[in-house]
Design a protein around this ligand. Structure first.
Ligand code: ATP
Ligand code: MG
Length: 326
């Protein structure tokens, strides 16, 4: 499709456990259209980060891609499979065209290096500016744009001199300084309080609009998805269980797991005692499940759910679900 920037196709990632390969990402398909924000949601351990890490080739050594493709359409009239690119070529492409924001900025920022040097470094590495003076000017403009007060002063600050929210703004500036085509934000607001969280989410949306950037926002928070995403992919035990537009998902959630996630969003005026949770826990990774991965926790289960893996079905245009009962 011409307006697709990134297409993950039938992606399988496996880790070696007790001498055998266990799939932790199972046949995942994700399309990221140009200029759109895609949310990837699901409980802890379901494979969100592993899926994202295949895009820019930063999987841990224990994990490897065992099937599928990661097709990049960022350059005109070409299709590049990032999963098969040499490390050197992948670094070059990702460094300038794919930006990444992680959950905890302090672990990604170098504590010994001034903010300004860290943000401007990529501009110099990728030769996107003529000299250091130009890199400095561009960095200060961007620090201002991401909402850092007194950006000229902050340019010379060290990470520990900034608050958590400000550090996350610096991370966003670092991720977008080369004006990438895709931003991957892996739980960018988990370590922040709710007011700062809302500001950071608005900032991600603003930067995407300002730079016509696409984004993949990884979260286990459906509220985050509702606020900024265009499309949503619901993941459970390494599989995409439901995918559609955000509007459709909230209007008509089809998968019992999606409904469980939506029911667990706290709402003002609702008695906290009625706050719902999804019963049970995610089974241990590598556990052999013959039927649907969710059947052990599902309230709608039928006999088939225990014996047969549900295939993905398109229930209405652009609304896909992997469930026998939906
Ligand atoms: N370095 C590793 N080696 C082996 N297995 C790993 C490694 N890192 C993660 N895993 C396993 O891969 C699975 C998917 O992990 P992943 O980090 O993608 O989950 P996640 O959905 O991002 O969860 P969270 O919301 O907690 O970040 C998990 O079951 C985890 O135990
Ligand atoms: Mg993760």
């Amino acid at each position: 499709m011409s307006n697709t920037l990134l297409e993950i196709k039938n992606l399988t990632v496996s880790v070696e456990k007790a001498g055998r390969l266990t799939a932790i990402v199972k046949g995942v398909d994700i399309k990221v259209p140009q200029g759109k924000i895609v949310g990837l949601v699901g409980e802890s351990g379901c494979g969100k980060s592993m899926t994202a890490k295949t895009i820019n080739g930063i999987l841990p050594t224990a994990a490897k891609i065992t099937d599928g493709a990661v097709l990049w359409h960022g350059n005109p009239n070409t299709e590049t499979d990032l999963a098969r690119l040499s490390e050197q070529k992948l670094r070059k492409l990702c460094g300038s065209q794919i930006g990444m924001v992680f959950q905890e900025p302090m672990t990604s920022l170098n504590p010994m290096m001034r903010i300004g040097s860290q943000v401007s470094e990529a501009l110099l590495i990728h030769k996107l500016v003529q000299n250091k003076k130009e890199a400095r000017a561009k960095t200060i403009r961007l620090l201002d744009e991401v909402g850092i007060p007194e950006p000229e002063l902050r340019y010379r600050s060290f990470p520990h001199e900034l608050s958590g929210g400000m550090r996350q703004r610096v991370m966003i500036a670092m991720a977008v300084i080369c004006e990438p085509k895709l931003l991957i934000a892996d739980e960018p607001t988990t370590a922040l309080d709710v007011t700062i969280e809302a500001q950071i989410l608005k900032l991600i949306k603003k930067m995407c609009d300002a730079y016509s950037m696409s984004a993949i926002v990884i979260t286990h928070n459906m509220g985050v998805v509702a606020q900024i995403c265009d499309y949503v992919y619901v993941m459970y035990m390494g599989r995409i269980m439901e995918r559609t537009t955000v509007k459709r998902l909230f209007e008509r959630p089809l998968h019992p797991y999606t409904r469980g996630l939506l029911a667990s969003i706290p709402r003002i005026g609702k008695n906290p005692e009625y706050l719902q949770t999804i019963p049970g826990n995610i089974p241990e990774i590598g556990k052999e499940i013959v039927g649907c991965e969710f059947c052990l926790r599902c309230s709608d289960d039928e006999r088939a759910c225990f014996f047969e893996k549900p295939m993905e079905r398109e229930i209405e245009e652009g609304h896909f679900v992997r469930c026998h009962t939906a």
